[in-house]
Design a protein around this ligand. Structure first.
Ligand SMILES: [Zn+2]
Length: 195
């Protein structure tokens, strides 16, 4: 990681664990332990569901955690976490880290700058949104299709001038299907070991 990466707020590795009561613990960003070291009683514990901006993404990840707890299989999937100026591509690896905990390790695979004239400026809203954004791949829904932000600009569905976009969040069908498929594969692998 170089100076520029830090300046734009992109971290290479980030991880956290979920304890047996579904609370977030042991958060690490770029090798440094951040909030809630185990020894310190946090002011307010954050439940796993609270870290998601919508119920569908929370439900999907809740089933992912329960799946990993049950099977001890590791599941990994790609996702995007865009900033105003960059598209950041990451991979999440979800695995059992102890008898009671499930770990989420987020590795950065790469990033690319957005074209200078199509900066994404989002505002999270719960109603009257301009677009619904997928919490996993950051695509935006228009007429029941999912587009990259730049495509919306190219199709003139959104101005390129950095107008603030009011977004609500959901999971797109592609991301839900692909995570469900990974769980089904892991389940088959688990079942085959049980025979
Ligand atoms: Zn998606």
């Amino acid at each position: 990681m170089n100076q520029t990466d830090r300046q734009i707020g992109i971290e290479e590795v980030q991880s956290f664990e979920i304890d047996e009561f579904d609370f977030v613990c042991n958060v690490n960003i770029a090798g440094k332990q951040h909030i809630y070291p185990d020894q310190v009683e946090p002011k307010r514990r954050i439940s796993f569901r609270e870290i998601f901006s919508d119920a569908s993404t929370a439900d999907l990840h809740q089933s992912l955690i329960e799946h990993v707890r049950l099977t001890s299989e590791t599941i990994s999937y790609p996702y995007r976490c865009d900033t105003e100026t960059h598209c950041v591509f990451l991979r999440a690896v979800v695995s059992r880290t102890s008898s009671t905990r499930v770990g989420f390790l987020n590795k950065m695979l790469g990033y690319e700058p957005r074209p200078a004239d199509s900066r994404l400026i989002r505002k999270y809203v719960t109603d009257e949104s301009d677009f619904t954004m997928c919490s996993i791949c950051n695509r935006l829904e228009h007429d029941e299709r999912w587009f990259e932000f730049q495509q919306l600009v190219e199709l003139q569905l959104w101005p390129a001038n950095g107008k603030e976009m009011r977004c609500s969040f959901h999971t797109c069908i592609n991301c839900a299907t692909s995570i469900n498929q990974r769980m089904a594969e892991a389940r088959r692998s688990f079942d085959s070991k049980m025979i």
